[in-house]
Ligand binder design. Structure first.
Ligand SMILES: NC(=O)c1ccc[n+]([C@@H]2O[C@H](COP(=O)([O-])OP(=O)(O)OC[C@H]3O[C@@H](n4cnc5c(N)ncnc54)[C@H](O)[C@@H]3O)[C@@H](O)[C@H]2O)c1
Length: 255
């Protein structure tokens, strides 16, 4: 699917980090972008810079997602590209000081990272399925979810986060199969360690230690590199039903 002014996109978590880089990249291709995020204040400079729309949507709430789609489609038309970047990563061990993992926190992480990605992807697909096919391959849309290398090699304290990202990985192939006859592709990206507010909040020495674990290049990933892969997936029709690790060959150790 060629990225140009005729394409409208939704980017969840677009106020910050990887999502914000995707918003910038898509806007530079003249794609009409709407951000679904909770943090409107953080999105303000980006909205000014790119002219993107913003909708305050909690992705874990299916009704809020439906309202967001309704309002975004009214202005930008049916989205052809959805990029799910909204996510949270609180750490807690399965048992800590004799206490079992907080069940509410576990459910919250699954709710935002996994159910949230599902809500947005499934509702986008329902809209895309009704749209006119585009181009030689008669594509109707592309959905890109963000997993994590933690979905394969979760570390100590990442039981909730790794479960949610494992779910995103597991969702990719069946969703692509479900939507194949509608001309909608589904892919996921599993980033390694990227220099976003999620990671830049760590002390310098922790960031350096993380970077040193990456075989090559031994540095944090740049959000622009994530955005470049999103754009490539959107434009390459043979990419479907798979998860691409974007991680400089890192394999996460236990801690
Ligand atoms: N940064 C990394 O190293 C890294 C590595 C692997 C995976 N990821 C994943 O990439 C995605 C983006 O991460 P990031 O580093 O850019 O994080 P970030 O914290 O910079 O951005 C996440 C965004 O999601 C939004 N958000 C959180 N909960 C939401 C909700 N319920 N509804 C709507 N929006 C919500 C936040 O407001 C924020 O703008 C996440 O899914 C994260 O798990 C990041």
């Amino acid at each position: 699917m060629k990225l140009n002014k005729d394409i409208s996109a939704i980017v969840t978590g677009g106020a910050s980090g990887l999502g914000a880089a995707v918003v910038r990249h898509l806007s530079s291709c003249c794609v009409k972008v709407a951000i679904f995020d909770m943090d409107e204040a953080r999105a303000q400079p980006l909205i000014g810079e790119t002219g993107s729309l913003f909708f305050k949507v909690d992705v874990s709430d299916a009704q809020a997602v439906a309202r967001g789609f309704e309002e975004a489609r009214e202005i930008n038309g049916q989205e052809r590209l959805v990029v799910n970047c909204a996510g949270i990563a609180p750490a807690m061990k399965t048992v800590s000081r004799g206490q079992a993992h907080d069940a509410g926190l576990y459910a919250k992480v699954i709710g935002v990272n996994l159910v949230g990605s599902f809500n947005v992807a499934s509702q986008a697909a329902a809209g895309m399925a009704e749209a006119e096919p585009i181009g030689e391959d008669k594509e109707r849309g592309v959905i890109i979810n963000t997993a994590s290398v933690a979905g394969y090699d979760g570390q100590i304290g990442q039981v909730a986060y790794a479960s949610s990202k494992g779910g995103v990985i597991g969702m990719t192939l069946p969703m692509a199969r479900d939507l194949a006859d509608k001309g909608i592709r589904v892919m996921a990206i599993a980033p390694g360690i990227f220099g976003t507010p999620m990671v830049k909040g760590f002390p310098r020495e922790v960031q350096d230690a993380l970077a040193a674990q990456i075989p090559f290049p031994s540095r944090l990933g740049k959000p622009d590199e994530f955005a470049a892969l999103v754009a490539h997936i959107a434009e390459n029709p043979m990419l479907n039903g798979d998860v691409i690790r974007l991680d400089g060959a890192i394999r996460m150790p236990p801690r």
